[in-house]
Structures are given as structure tokens and as C-alpha cells.
Design a binder for this molecule. Structure first.
Ligand SMILES: Nc1ncnc2c1ncn2[C@@H]1O[C@H](COP(=O)(O)OP(=O)(O)OP(=O)(O)O)[C@@H](O)[C@H]1O
Ligand SMILES: [Mg+2]
Length: 227
């Protein structure tokens, strides 16, 4: 059985990752691709327990502790959820992955890139495609105010931190152009979705994934007939 494809969505708070991950998973499913939609931190029972500690916990954590916890959660997630799904031929759409640790704990909190790379070697999984959603801070802030959840550990940090995270994500995308596509995510949901589907089609052709402008409904037969 062919190995599935691993797609990650990255970017700062309010960039639209969760919204677009859901839409991408639905579009792939409609195209007949078996999909698992998952998120980080979390995506496996032990990893969700670590998520509660990381995002909900009020205890102050040193940047290195945070980094270790994110990788501990990721190790469970890859070993128990992502790896088996890919081996079974499913595609995995993941809302945040290792680039979030690079951007938040690395660029944001100053953990050395070499430390993150060493821990990444333990996890040992590189996405086939990473969509880096980029929005200006004011747009992100407006979206988060609209969503109205209680702020988590990272949402409580200041504007300078979030500026470093955004610059970090842009640097990561620029350094790995074969894996990453920087998506302008400031526009309406439908425009961002179209850009994402275009990137997926270009990088990871899937039979039946509708061509741009054909709508995201299930295509009848063997797909992709041009309009
Ligand atoms: N393109 C868009 N235009 C306007 N609003 C959007 C857009 N995309 C998402 N939203 C809204 O903005 C809010 C944040 O979006 P979403 O939760 O998808 O972001 P996120 O990147 O997952 O954020 P977080 O990092 O906090 O999980 C939601 O209320 C969502 O409905
Ligand atoms: Mg989200």
C-alpha cells in the first residue's frame, strides 16, 4: 500500500490554521483521499494531556521545559497517530507541527536551533508539504477578538514575541522552499482556501482533487478534468 502524504499548517495565532485544516481535510476527503485531521500539541491521549499542561497550565515553564514538552507530545502523536495513519495509506493534515516549536520556542523564546534539531531527530518525521499561513498582526488580533476564547499561554505573550514568531515562520519557509509554501492568509476564508488547494495540487497531485475554480465538491470519476 502506498504511504500517505503528510501536510502541516503553520503560522501564528489567528492566522486561520484550524479553519483551513478542516477545509483542506474536507476537500481531500471529497476527492476520495482517506484523511486524518489532527493537531498539535495533542493528537494522541498522552499528547493531549501534555497539551493541557502547556496551554492551560498556569505554572511558569522555562523555554527548554516547554520545548521538551512539545517534543514529548509530538513523539506520542507521531508514534501513535500520524505514523500509523501514513503507513495505512491515509493522508494526514496536521494543525501545527515542528515548525511551531522552531518559531515559538526558537525564534520567540531563544531556544537554540541546534537543540530543537537534536530533539527533532528523535521524532524523525518531516512533512511532505508545509503551508505557512501569514497574516499581519492586526488582522490576527481582530480574528482572535472575534473568536472570543480565553487567551492561552502563548496568546498572553506580547507583540514583540509575536513579531519574532511571524518573522521566524517566514524565515523557515524561505529556508525550506522544497517543503514549504508561504500563503498570504489575510484575505477571506475562500481566497485562502483556494491558495492552499492550488499549492497542494501543485506539490502533491491527488487524483480527483478538483482543479481551481471547479468548486470543492466531489468530482465524479477519475478526476481533475480541466474546466
Ligand atoms: N480568512 C479569514 N478571514 C476572516 N476570519 C477568519 C479567516 N480565517 C479564520 N477566521 C476566523 O478567525 C478566527 C481564528 O481562526 P482559526 O481559529 O482558524 O486560527 P488559528 O490559526 O487556528 O488560531 P490559533 O493559533 O489560535 O489556533 C476564527 O474565529 C475564524 O473563524
Ligand atoms: Mg487553531
Amino acid at each position: 500500500m502506498a504511504h500517505g502524504r503528510f501536510i502541516t499548517l503553520e503560522g501564528g495565532e489567528g492566522a486561520g490554521k484550524s479553519t483551513q485544516a478542516r477545509l483542506l481535510a474536507a476537500a481531500l476527503e471529497a476527492a476520495g483521499v482517506p484523511v486524518v485531521l489532527t493537531r498539535e500539541p495533542g493528537g494522541a491521549p498522552g499528547a493531549e494531556a501534555i497539551r493541557a499542561l502547556l496551554l492551560g497550565g498556569s505554572a511558569a515553564l522555562l523555554p527548554g521545559t516547554e520545548t521538551l514538552l512539545h517534543f514529548a507530545a509530538r513523539h506520542e502523536h507521531v508514534g501513535r497517530t500520524i505514523g500509523p495513519a501514513l503507513a495505512a495509506g491515509r493522508w494526514v493534515v496536521c494543525d501545527r507541527f515542528t515548525d511551531s516549536t522552531r518559531a515559538y520556542q526558537g525564534f520567540g523564546l531563544g531556544v537554540a536551533a541546534g537543540t530543537i534539531a537534536a530533539l527533532d531527530a528523535l521524532v524523525g518525521l518531516v512533512p511532505d508539504l508545509t503551508l505557512v499561513l501569514d497574516v499581519p498582526p492586526r488582522t490576527a488580533a481582530r480574528r482572535l477578538a472575534g473568536r472570543g476564547n480565553a487567551a492561552d499561554r502563548y496568546e498572553r505573550l506580547d507583540a514583540a514575541f509575536h513579531a519574532r514568531v511571524r518573522a521566524g515562520f517566514r524565515a523557515i519557509a524561505a529556508e525550506a522552499p522544497a517543503r514549504c509554501v508561504l500563503i498570504d492568509a489575510a484575505g477571506p476564508v475562500e481566497a485562502v482556501q483556494a491558495a492552499i488547494l492550488a499549492a497542494v495540487r501543485a506539490r502533491l497531485p491527488a487524483p480527483g482533487l478538483a482543479p481551481a475554480g471547479a468548486g470543492e465538491k466531489k468530482q465524479g470519476g477519475a478526476g481533475g478534468a480541466p474546466p
